[in-house]
Structure formats: structure tokens, C-alpha cells
Design a protein around this ligand. Structure first.
Ligand SMILES: [Zn+2]
Length: 238
């Protein structure tokens, strides 16, 4: 029995399950150069993304009882929603923060009251304030930073990787060597070896030949572990 069964949410969730729903869960956006492109994320896509994120986060060592800070905003739900759902599925407690400096008070409450195992989504606005307050100095087992905060994260003595969007795909680095991975059942790298991404037929919306080379270095190996398709090393924008 999951803990949610013990709450007043149970009848609400049951009713939600019984309501007919469309295949589409939400509309998201990815950046194609200067242009923002809408695309559809289906319920099936969402479930796949949760399952994959769960595999990667378990590889990083997340397990039941961990407290994990996630720094994200609502409009990033297509990227961070599956991460939050995956953490819940693993039995971790999500401590949510927004990438804004005014969150430092709430952050202090989380870090002082709980032993925070990991920070996911370290950003370049709240992140420096967390460092200034000394909140990231002890207890953390790992951190997944946004590319723009990778330099900040590198100054911290903690195992770390990167979390970002590669086009419409969630990309996470693996614990082994910092290479970017996307869900290999949903996305495929172009056969030419260039840093292009296309959706596999399992995805609700067909997307092809998305150029993600600006976010990756050229030296990545095609495969490095079993966590998904490896695309190369993620780099911070200059
Ligand atoms: Zn790997």
C-alpha cells in the first residue's frame, strides 16, 4: 500500500483515474535556435520519462527515505515533472524550490531540518545564494546541475552531473563519467554520428533531426552504460 492510500487524496485519485482522458498530457516547448517549438507530451511519454528518470536516479543512489531538493519552475514541468514523480516512486521526499533568490529562506529550512541527499536542478540564481549560505557544504551525496551552474557546482566537493533539456528530451549525466544520456527507448541519435536527435515511434509526436550539438561537446563515446542513449559530454553555454 502506498502512503497516499492513507490520505484523503485516495478517493480523488480514484475518481481521476475513472475520468476518460485524451492521449495528450501537456504541451511543452523546446528551443530550436531562437525559436520556441510546441510539442505534445502524451501520458505514455510521461510514464516512459518517469521510468527512465527512476532508473538513472537509482543509479545515482537515490532510495527510500532520502530527502532530495529539486530546483525548478512550473513551466519546466515537462522536464522536471518526471524527475519529481520518479523521486516519489523511489520513496524519496521531494523538497521543491524555485530557481529564484527569494527561495533562500525556504531552502534554509529544508537544509537545516533534513539531511538533504541530493540537489537536482542547481541554477545560477538560487545556486550562488545556497553556496553563500554554506548550505551545500556537507551531507550531499550528489548533485545534478543545470549547464549554466556547472561551473558553480564544480567548486563543491560532491559527486555531480548535469540535468538539462536536449531539444524536447530530458538529458541526465550518468554517475560514471559525466556523459549525457537520454531515454534510448524514446530518442535516437542520428546515424551519421552528428549530435542530432530524433524521436522513436513510441513517442506521441514525431520529431526528427533536432540539432543538439550546441549543448554537447564532440568527444563523447556513443555508449558508456545501460542508462540510455549516450550523446556526449554536456557543456555549459559560454
Ligand atoms: Zn553512462
Amino acid at each position: 500500500m502506498s502512503s497516499v492510500d492513507l490520505t484523503t487524496m485516495a478517493p480523488i485519485l480514484e475518481a481521476l483515474e475513472a475520468i476518460p482522458r485524451s492521449a495528450e498530457r501537456c504541451i511543452a516547448q523546446y528551443a530550436d535556435g531562437e525559436t520556441l517549438v510546441d510539442y505534445v507530451v502524451s501520458w505514455s511519454d510521461w510514464a516512459d520519462d518517469i521510468a527512465w528518470a527512476q532508473t538513472v536516479l537509482a543509479a545515482w543512489g537515490v532510495s527510500a527515505g532520502d530527502f532530495v531538493v529539486v530546483i525548478s519552475t512550473g513551466h519546466e514541468a515537462a522536464l522536471y515533472g518526471p524527475i519529481i514523480d520518479a523521486l516519489n516512486s523511489l520513496g524519496a521526499t521531494v523538497c521543491p524550490l524555485e530557481p529564484a533568490e527569494f527561495e533562500i529562506g525556504r531552502a534554509g529550512m529544508f537544509f537545516r531540518r533534513f539531511t538533504i541527499a541530493a540537489v537536482i536542478g542547481l541554477d545560477s540564481t538560487l545556486g550562488p545564494a545556497l553556496v553563500r549560505e554554506g548550505l551545500l557544504e556537507s551531507g550531499l551525496r550528489f548533485m545534478l546541475a543545470r549547464p549554466e551552474a556547472a561551473v558553480l557546482a564544480a567548486e563543491l566537493d560532491v559527486a555531480q552531473g548535469v540535468v538539462t533539456a536536449l531539444g524536447p528530451a530530458l538529458a541526465l549525466t550518468c554517475p560514471d563519467n559525466g556523459l549525457a544520456h537520454v531515454n534510448g527507448s524514446a530518442w535516437i541519435q542520428s546515424a551519421s554520428g552528428r549530435a542530432e536527435l530524433s524521436s522513436r515511434p513510441i513517442r506521441h509526436e514525431s520529431l526528427s533531426a533536432l540539432d543538439v550539438s550546441g549543448a554537447l561537446d564532440a568527444g563523447g563515446r556513443p555508449e558508456c552504460c545501460s542508462l540510455g542513449r549516450s550523446l556526449g559530454r554536456l557543456i555549459a553555454p559560454s
